[in-house]
Structures are given as structure tokens and as C-alpha cells.
Design a binder for this molecule. Structure first.
Ligand SMILES: Cc1cc2nc3c(=O)[nH]c(=O)nc-3n(C[C@H](O)[C@H](O)[C@H](O)COP(=O)(O)OP(=O)(O)OC[C@H]3O[C@@H](n4cnc5c(N)ncnc54)[C@H](O)[C@@H]3O)c2cc1C
Length: 310
């Protein structure tokens, strides 16, 4: 199909979705504000559902027009390319951010709920196990997909089950033991959107929980930069080495490309100093990977996700 026909057919498809979903669907939404790097081009179609029923209906419509779907959480682990994202980008709206105590030790939380809010809700209900979430800046959905964690904790250890929706709009629950979790990932299929999850803790004195939260937050403040445009650790640690050790050993820690830099406080944190392009962050990532491989023979694996068109 030539470019003009493609554009016209795309416009028709968008107009159909706009008629049904009104203000919840946008065209060419600039994604930079949805990523912690503050980078990224437009999304061909951007959708913020305000209910599960609306999301389910939307997924069925999208299936008819055969568009690729990308899910964004809080964008604290995602570099979005400058050319933007083709197809449909879905970001769960505020109705997907909720917290309920369903019995003495179990919380039911919406996938868009921020980790920090889960941690504070658990503390307010005298539930321990959630303290580490106070220093991870993402949402619950992203945390489960990434199996996020710190200081020997990770989300899979407190997870009971997840509620998901598939590309046909069908909703079901998956028990934790049906999912294979590993360091910074899990095998949940890409076509599933997490809607909510149940998480389990244990009863503990509120003040003890608060102390633990503060201990983690202070540890992070001492070792990692804050108030910068970053997505945290860029590469995964290897079995035997921390990624930052390999980066330092390979003399990459002072490298930069334009305004894409490496944090002097933690050299696995890559930073948009203000006016970097996503392509510059990606070039810096690739240069670092190459140099570390040349120097150590180790192939660093990305922890952050890179999405969008090249
Ligand atoms: C300063 C800083 C410190 C950090 N420290 C840590 C740390 O200590 N430990 C750690 O593990 N991480 C850390 N991170 C990385 C990041 O916060 C985590 O990976 C976080 O869990 C990502 O959540 P998110 O909602 O931002 O996900 P996003 O970046 O939006 O998405 C990550 C992945 O999850 C998928 N996803 C998101 N929501 C859903 C959903 N509802 N359904 C299906 N898929 C979904 C996306 O498609 C993508 O593949 C840090 C990041 C920053 C910026």
C-alpha cells in the first residue's frame, strides 16, 4: 500500500475508535511524558481506559484492525525511541489504581497503583513484606512483569495471583505458582495485560515497618542518584558481577553521547541530562555493551525495555 493510502486507512481506523471511546483515545500522543527518561516520540494511537469493561471492548475492536499493542506502566523502566510507537499504546487510567485489604494479611491492588502507595497502605494496615516497594518508582503491573525488587526482596515473593485480560478481552486469574519468575522478569505472555494482583504479607508492628521502609529509602539515597531523568539500572547484574562493576572496570563510566550520560554516583544509571535524544541514550547503551564485552568477554543484558520504531 502506498503512503497516502496507508495514512487514509489509518485515519478511518482511528476515527472509528474515536467515535466509540471519545476522550479516552488520542492520536499521535507524545510519549516523553510517560517515561522517566522524559524521552520518546508519538504513539500512533494512545488509549487510557477508564474501566475494565471499556478496555475489554477496546481490545476486541483493536483485534479487528490488527494493530500491535504496547503496554506502558509508570514508564520507570522503559526507553521510548524518538520515532515513537506504531500501533496502539495502552496506559491504564486512574480507575486501575486502587488498594483493598481483602483479609488480615492480603492486599488486592490495581495494576496502575504505584509501588510506593502499596508499601504505605501495607504499613498503615500493619502488614510487613512490602517495605522494599517504598523505593521502587514503578507501578504494580510493571513490577510484576519485571519481577522488581531490591535488598533481597522481589515482587514474586509476595505475590499470590494476578488478574489479567487477553487480546480477546477475556479476563482470568493466574495463580503465582503457574508463572515462572526469574531475576528481573517472568514468563507471562506479552499479549496479557495485568489488571490487578493479590499480594500477601504478615502482621507486624507499624513502627517496625516504618523503620524498615526508612532504612531502605536511606540506603538507596546513599548509593543511587535521585531527581534525575533515568530508568534506574540499565543492565542486569550477571551471575558473578554487578553490572556497575563491569562498566567501571571497562572504563565506560565517564562516557557520554551528546546529553546522554552515565551517572557519576552509580554507573549503571544512564541519564538524560536535559536535551538528550532517545537515540543518544541507545547509542551510549550500545557503546557500553561493546566496550564491556571487549574488556571482559561478558555480554551485558539489558534490564530496561526499549520500545518504538528504529
Ligand atoms: C530511580 C529508579 C530506581 C529504580 N530502582 C529499582 C530497584 O531497586 N529495583 C527494581 O527492580 N527496579 C528498579 N527500577 C526500575 C523500575 O522502577 C521497575 O522495573 C518498575 O517495576 C517498572 O514499573 P513501571 O510501571 O514503571 O513499568 P514500565 O517501565 O512502564 O514497564 C515495564 C514493563 O512492564 C510492562 N507492563 C507495565 N504495566 C503492565 C501491565 N499492567 N500489564 C502488562 N505489562 C505491563 C511493560 O509493557 C514493560 O514491558 C528503578 C527505576 C528508577 C527510575
Amino acid at each position: 500500500m502506498d503512503e497516502r493510502l496507508k495514512r487514509e486507512s489509518m485515519k478511518l481506523k482511528f476515527d472509528e475508535l474515536k467515535k466509540i471511546y471519545g476522550d479516552n483515545v488520542y492520536k499521535d500522543e507524545i510519549l516523553s511524558k510517560y517515561s522517566w527518561f522524559n524521552l520518546g516520540g508519538p504513539s500512533e494511537i494512545f488509549f487510557r481506559p477508564n474501566s475494565v469493561a471499556q478496555l475489554s471492548s477496546f481490545l476486541r475492536e483493536v483485534k479487528k484492525i490488527n494493530k500491535k499493542i504496547t503496554i506502558l506502566g509508570a514508564g520507570s523502566n522503559t526507553l521510548i525511541r524518538d520515532s515513537g510507537v506504531n500501533g496502539v499504546t495502552i496506559k491504564l487510567g486512574s480507575k486501575f489504581s486502587f488498594l483493598n485489604l481483602i483479609n488480615d494479611d492480603t492486599i488486592h491492588a490495581g495494576a496502575a497503583t504505584l509501588d510506593k502507595n502499596i508499601s504505605n497502605f501495607a504499613r498503615d494496615n500493619s502488614l510487613s513484606n512490602f517495605e522494599f516497594l517504598s523505593c521502587i518508582p514503578g507501578s504494580l503491573g510493571g513490577g510484576i512483569v519485571m519481577n522488581s525488587g531490591c535488598y533481597k526482596n522481589e515482587i514474586s515473593k509476595i505475590l499470590v495471583s494476578v488478574e489479567v485480560i487477553d487480546s480477546n478481552g477475556k479476563i482470568f486469574e493466574i495463580e503465582k505458582n503457574k508463572i515462572n519468575f526469574f531475576y528481573r522478569g517472568c514468563d507471562l505472555p506479552d499479549n496479557l495485560i495485568i489488571l490487578s494482583a493479590k499480594l500477601k504479607g504478615f502482621k507486624l508492628d507499624k513502627s517496625k515497618i516504618e523503620n524498615k521502609q526508612n532504612e531502605f529509602i536511606n540506603k538507596k539515597k546513599d548509593s543511587q542518584p535521585s531527581q534525575i531523568k533515568t530508568c534506574g539500572s540499565t543492565f542486569k547484574n550477571t551471575k558473578n558481577f554487578k553490572a556497575w562493576e563491569l562498566i567501571k572496570k571497562s572504563n565506560c563510566d565517564k562516557m557520554f553521547v551528546g546529553e546522554a550520560k552515565i551517572s557519576p554516583k552509580h554507573c549503571n544509571f544512564f541519564v538524560n541530562e536535559g536535551n538528550a535524544k532517545a537515540s543518544e541514550i541507545e547509542q551510549l547503551i550500545n557503546k557500553t555493551k561493546e566496550k564491556v564485552f571487549e574488556k571482559t568477554g561478558i555480554n551485558l543484558e539489558l534490564e530496561i525495555k526499549i520500545i518504538g520504531e528504529r
